[in-house]
Ligand binder design. Sequence first.
Ligand code: 5GP
Ligand code: ZN
Length: 119
Amino acid sequence: METNLVDNCLFCKIIKGEIPADIVYDDDKVLVFRDIDPQAPVHLLIIPRQHIARINDIGPAEASLIGHIHLVAVELAKKFSISETGFRLVNNCNDDGGQAVDHLHFHLLGGRKMNWPPG
Ligand code: 5GP
Ligand code: ZN
């Protein structure tokens, strides 16, 4: 598979195995690991294996990847027993969205009641 991993990107380093992570799922398109600072009993990060800095950067070529990420999220919600109780799938984009790591990722959070509106 063609890769475009970036040297100074934390999540690219996890993909390359240069930084350890508690990986719970992986396939040819995505990697899923536990967040290092969990905000809920289940807090997973779903990331593409290709470097995409933020969701602003996707286009029609990424449509199936984004769909796949959602299918994986639903599958993992079942596996981690938060499917029926409920969960949140979150993407933070840029400063106001609270994005800290510039490699596209979706947070899968569950195992507790979430608040709305978010902070
Ligand atoms: P963002 O704020 O960009 O949406 O989310 C970045 C997430 O990455 C945060 O929830 C943060 O806890 C998590 N994170 C930051 N560094 C690491 C790391 O080295 N390993 C893991 N597993 N998660 C990390
Ligand atoms: Zn990256």
